[in-house]
Design a protein around this ligand. Structure first.
Ligand code: ATP
Length: 354
C-alpha cells in the first residue's frame, strides 16, 4: 500500500510523527508492506514551493492508495492567488471524497460526560454551505455591496443520495438505526430535498429503522442521551459542527477520528483543527489521527479484500482502548503521557498483539 502523508500545521507534525510510529509497528507486525511518502502542505508547503497544497501533491494523492492529512491553518489561508487554499478542501474536491465518516465512542479509563455511547456521523463532504466547493466556477460566498454579504448553500439529489447510501450501509454493520439531521422546518427546499433522498434510500434497507431530528434540537438530544443514536446522516456544515460536539462528549476532540471516502480514494484526517494553542508542547492527543489511520487501513482492507489490513486496523483500535484504560495517553483524557510517548505506548501494544 502506497500512503501519502501530509503532516500539516500546528499540532499536525507532532501527531503525525506519533501516528507514523504506530503505523510502522502495524506494518511490521501484519506484514503490510507499506510504502510511506511524505510531502509538505500548509505553511510548510508555502515555504517550500509557494503553495499550501501544490498541484503535484494532488496528483500524488490521486495515484496513492491512501492519504493521511494532518490539520492545517485553514483560517490563515485567504488568497488563492498567493497559493493559499485549504488543502483539505482541495483533496476532498479533487478526489471526490464525498463521505466524511466521524465516529464518536466512549472508552473505559476516564470519567464519562454523558454515559457510554457509540455512534457515527456520516457527513456529506462536497457541497452544502462550503463556499469553496459548491460552485463550478467562482465562490459560493460573495459581497453584493460593501455592507451585504451572501453565502450560497448547494444541496443536490446526487450528493444527498450517495451519503445516505453510505449511512444505511454502515447502519447494516452496526445497530441498524439511522437518524437524519436537518433544518427542514426553515430550509424547506434544500433540507426537504435532502430528507426526501434519504427516505428514498431507506426503502432499500427495510431492516434499518429511520427517524429524523431538527439540528438545533439534536444538540439537546445528543447531550441528554447520546446512546439513543447509532448512525447520523447529515449535510456538510451540520455534520462538521455536530461531530465536534460528539467527539468532545466522548472525552476530547483529541479522540476525533475521521475517514474521508469516495468511490476510488480514501483519506484519514483527524476531525479537529491545528490547535495552535498547544502546538509544539508535546501535549496534543495523537489518538485522533491514529484512529483515523486505522479507519483508512480497514477501508483499504475491505476494498482489496486484504485481511492483514483489516487485522491491523482492529489491532490498532484494540491497542488504543488498552492504552487509554492504562492511562497511557495524553492529559486531555486523563492520561499521564505526552504526544510522543502515547504513540510509542500504542505502537508497543500493536507489536505485542497476537
Ligand atoms: P484551527 O484554527 O486549525 O481550527 P482551533 O484551535 O481553532 O484550530 P481545534 O484545533 O479544533 O480548533 O481546537 C479546539 C480546541 O480543542 C483547542 O482548545 C485545542 O487545544 C483542543 N484540541 C484540538 N485538538 C486536540 C488534540 N489532538 N489534543 C488535545 N486537544 C486538542
Amino acid at each position: 500500500m502506497h500512503l501519502l502523508v501530509l503532516p500539516g500545521d500546528g499540532i499536525g507534525p507532532e501527531i503525525t510523527a506519533a501516528m507514523l510510529v504506530v503505523l510502522r509497528a502495524a506494518s511490521d507486525r501484519f506484514d503490510l508492506g507499506l510504502r510511506i511518502e511524505e510531502a509538505a502542505t500548509g505553511h510548510a508547503g508555502l515555504r517550500a514551493h509557494g503553495h499550501t497544497i501544490h498541484p503535484d501533491i494532488v496528483e500524488k494523492a490521486r495515484r496513492a492508495d491512501g492519504v493521511v492529512l494532518g490539520p492545517t491553518s485553514t483560517f490563515e489561508f485567504k488568497d488563492p492567488a498567493k497559493g493559499e487554499v485549504n488543502p483539505s478542501m482541495m483533496l476532498r474536491k479533487s478526489l471526490d471524497l464525498f463521505a466524511n465518516i466521524r465516529p464518536a465512542r466512549t472508552y473505559a479509563g476516564f470519567p464519562l460526560r454523558c454515559g457510554e455511547f457509540d455512534l457515527v456521523v456520516a457527513r456529506e463532504n462536497t457541497e452544502g454551505f462550503y463556499a469553496d466547493r459548491n460552485m463550478e466556477a467562482g465562490s459560493g460566498e460573495m459581497m453584493v455591496t460593501k455592507d451585504v454579504a451572501i453565502s450560497l448553500r448547494r444541496i443536490t439529489r446526487k450528493c444527498s443520495e450517495r451519503i445516505a447510501r453510505v449511512a444505511f450501509e454502515l447502519a447494516m454493520t452496526r445497530h441498524k438505526h439511522v437518524t437524519i439531521v436537518h433544518k427542514a422546518n426553515v430550509l424547506k427546499v434544500t433540507d426537504g430535498l435532502f430528507i426526501e433522498e434519504c427516505r428514498k434510500v431507506a426503502r432499500e434497507f427495510p431492516a434499518v429503522t429511520v427517524d429524523d431530528v431538527i439540528v438545533d434540537a439534536m444538540m439537546a438530544h445528543v447531550v441528554r442521551n447520546p446512546r439513543r443514536f447509532d448512525v447520523i446522516v447529515t449535510t456538510n456544515m451540520y455534520g462538521d459542527i455536530l461531530s465536534d460536539l460528539t467527539a468532545e462528549l466522548s472525552g476530547s476532540l483529541g479522540l476525533a477520528a475521521s475517514l474521508n471516502a469516495g468511490t476510488n480514494h480514501g483519506m484519514a484526517q483527524a476531525a479537529h483543527g491545528s490547535a495552535p494553542d498547544i502546538a509544539g508542547t508535546n501535549v496534543a492527543n495523537p489518538l485522533s489521527l491514529i484512529l483515523s489511520v486505522a479507519m483508512l487501513l480497514a477501508w483499504y482492507g475491505r476494498r482489496k479484500q486484504a485481511k492483514p489490513f483489516q487485522a491491523a486496523a482492529a489491532a490498532i483500535e484494540k491497542s488504543v482502548e488498552a492504552a487509554i484504560a492504562a492511562k497511557e495517553s495524553t492529559a486531555d483524557i486523563g492520561g499521564r503521557l505526552g504526544t510522543r510517548e502515547t504513540g510509542d505506548a500504542v505502537a508497543a501494544r500493536v507489536q505485542a498483539q497476537k
